[in-house]
Design a protein around this ligand. Structure first.
Ligand code: HEC
Length: 98
């Protein structure tokens, strides 16, 4: 019984983590960056699909800290609401889009 609970917990934890980035992307990023992140957001951003997760995390933290390109004011309020965990999760989701 204990074993079953353990397996179930591990499965649940991994699937929740995987679902997280995808859910964040769909609810908070999709409208501008498009399905699978292949669109240039508002015709201004670079296409971010397949960027290294590290590069996305860096870029999102820069927006959080008020850095970025000419349209950084669009990104700031969005990323400001994301925790480090959420940024990591959404970054790996986008990195996996090709
Ligand atoms: C309201 C539209 C909008 C939404 C929603 C949005 N973005 Fe953006 N995003 C932009 C724009 C516009 C830029 C270009 C900003 C600039 O000039 O630096 C951008 C830039 C970026 C960049 C850097 C690309 C570059 O051009 O250097 C990343 C990474 C990014 N967004 C990720 C995300 C993620 C992850 C989310 C969801 C949490 C998200 N964006 C939600 C509009 C949006």
């Amino acid at each position: 019984m204990k074993k079953i609970i353990l397996v179930f917990t591990v499965l649940l934890a991994t699937s929740l983590f995987a679902a997280d980035g995808e859910a964040i992307y769909k609810t908070k990023c999709f409208s501008c960056h498009g399905a699978k992140a292949v669109k240039s957001a508002l015709n201004k951003s670079k296409v971010i699909a397949g960027w290294e997760a590290e590069k996305i995390i860096q870029s999102l933290n820069d927006y959080k800290n008020g850095l970025g390109g000419p349209m950084k004011a669009v990104m700031k309020p969005i990323v400001s609401k994301l925790s480090d965990e959420e940024i990591k999760a959404v970054a790996s989701t986008i990195a996996a889009y090709k």
